[in-house]
Design a protein around this ligand. Structure first.
Ligand code: KG4
Ligand code: ZN
Length: 357
C-alpha cells in the first residue's frame, strides 16, 4: 500500500482513533497535514467522582464512536473510500477504554480491507507537533503531562527511537491537580479550577515539597516524578486550618501548589535537556493548558537557550489526529500493519511505537 502511495506521489490519508482515557478522538491526516480532529469527551460524567471512572469512560466511548467518526469524515469532506489506513491507540491507557477503540478500528479495517496500525499513545502526543505546520526538529526532550501520565521522553526518531527517561511513581500531574482541587473543595477537572483559585495568590506563600528533587533521589529517581507527598502536604494545611478554626488562604495555597508542580516539571525537563545536550523541549498533554506552566517553561527555556515547542491546545489534549499522525508516518516509511490479533496494552512502554502482534 505504501509503495503504491509513494508511486502515486501522495501522502497517505490516515484515520486515527483514540480512546485511552475519557476522550473519544477521531482525527484524519494526510501525511503531516491535519484534515479533521473531532473529540467527544465524557469528562462531565466523571465530575461527581472527582476523577475518570474506567467503566463509565468505556461505555461513553462506545456511544460516541460512530457519530465521532462520521463527524470527522464530514469535517474532512471525505468518505471511508478516501481513507488509506487506520491507526488506533493500542496503549498505554485504561484497558476497557482502549478495547472499545481497538474494536471499532478492527471493524472498520476489516470491512474496508484497510491496513490497521496499533500505535503508542505517548508517541502520539509527540507526533501531534508535526501537525502544527512546522517541522519537528529531532532529537528533542518531550514532557507529557496529563490526567493519566507524566512522562519525560528522549525522542531521537519518532518512528523508532523513543526512550522513556522517567515518569511519575504515583499520581500523574493532572491527577495531582484533580485530587488537590477536591481537597480544597474545588470542582473537577482540578487544573482549571486551581488556575482560577490561584489568581491573586502568592506562589511563594507556602514552601510545598518538590518531590524527588533531593540529592538522595538522584541515583534512582533523577528523571522520575512524585506528587503524592505534595498532595498530603496540602491536606495537612487544610486540616490544620480547620482544626484552628481559621479560614484557609485558598488563593495562596492554590498558587503555591501550582508553583511546586510547575517548578518540578520544568526543572527536571530542562535538566534532561542539559544532561543530554539537547536544546529542544516539547510539551504535550492536558496540563499544558496551565498558564503558569507555559509561563515558567517559556522563561526558563529562554534563559537556558532551549527552544520550546507547544502544539495548539486541541492537539495537546488527547485526540485522534495525533494517532493518525503516527500511523501516517509508519505508512510513509513502508512499515507493515499490526497483526490482526493485537490487543489493548494498558502499560505499553514508550519505546514501542507500534504494536506488531
Ligand atoms: O490530556 P488530557 O485532556 O486527558 C487525560 O488525561 O485524559 O488531560 C486532562 C488533565 C486533567 O487532569 C486536568 O485537571 C488537567 O489535564 N488540566 C490542567 C489544566 N487544564 C486541564 N491542569 C493544570 N492546569 C490546567 N489549566
Ligand atoms: Zn494523553
Amino acid at each position: 500500500m505504501s509503495g503504491a502511495l509513494a508511486r502515486a506521489g501522495r501522502a497517505p490519508v490516515v484515520l486515527g482513533i483514540e480512546t485511552s482515557c475519557d476522550e473519544t478522538g477521531v482525527g484524519i491526516v494526510r501525511g503531516t497535514e491535519l484534515l479533521a480532529n473531532r473529540i467527544a469527551s465524557s469528562m462531565e460524567l466523571h465530575a461527581r467522582f472527582g476523577g475518570v471512572v474506567p467503566e463509565i469512560a468505556a461505555r461513553a466511548h462506545l456511544e460516541a464512536m460512530e457519530p465521532t467518526i462520521r463527524a470527522a469524515l464530514d469535517d474532512a469532506s471525505m468518505t471511508l473510500d478516501d481513507i488509506d489506513a487506520i491507526a488506533v491507540t493500542a496503549g498505554p491507557g485504561l484497558a476497557g477504554a482502549l478495547m472499545v477503540g481497538i474494536g471499532a478500528a478492527k471493524g472498520l479495517a476489516t470491512a474496508r480491507a484497510l491496513p490497521l496500525y496499533g500505535v503508542n499513545h505517548l508517541v502520539g502526543h509527540v507526533a501531534a507537533d508535526v501537525l502544527s505546520g512546522e517541522p519537528l526538529e529531532l532529537p528533542t526532550v518531550a514532557l507529557l503531562v496529563s490526567g493519566g501520565h507524566t512522562s519525560l521522553l528522549l525522542v531521537r526518531d519518532l518512528a523508532g527511537d523513543v526512550e522513556l527517561l522517567g515518569e511519575t511513581i504515583d499520581d500523574a500531574a493532572g491527577e495531582a491537580f484533580d485530587k488537590t482541587a477536591r481537597l480544597l473543595g474545588l470542582s473537577y477537572p482540578g487544573g482549571p479550577s486551581i488556575d482560577a483559585a490561584a489568581v491573586g495568590g502568592d506562589p511563594a506563600a507556602i514552601a510545598f515539597p518538590r518531590g524527588l528533587t533531593a540529592p538522595k533521589d538522584r541515583a534512582r529517581h533523577r528523571w522520575n516524578f512524585s506528587f503524592s507527598g505534595l498532595k498530603t502536604s496540602v491536606a495537612r494545611h487544610v486540616e490544620r486550618a480547620e482544626a484552628a478554626g481559621e479560614q484557609l488562604p485558598i488563593a495562596d495555597v492554590a498558587a503555591s501548589f501550582r508553583e511546586a508542580v510547575v517548578d518540578v516539571l520544568v526543572s527536571k525537563a530542562l535538566d534532561a535537556c542539559a544532561e543530554h545536550g539537547i536544546p529542544r523541549l516539547l510539551l504535550g498533554g492536558g496540563v499544558v493548558a496551565n498558564r503558569r506552566l507555559r509561563e515558567v517553561a517559556a522563561e526558563r527555556c529562554a534563559a537556558a537557550g532551549v527552544t520550546l515547542r507547544i502544539p495548539p491546545l486541541e492537539l495537546c489534549t488527547d485526540n485522534g489526529a495525533m494517532i493518525a499522525a503516527v500511523g501516517a508516518m509508519l505508512v510513509a516509511r513502508g512499515d507493515a500493519p499490526s497483526a490482526p490479533g493485537f490487543g489493548a496494552e494498558s502499560t505499553l512502554d514508550a519505546s514501542t511505537v507500534q504494536v506488531v502482534a
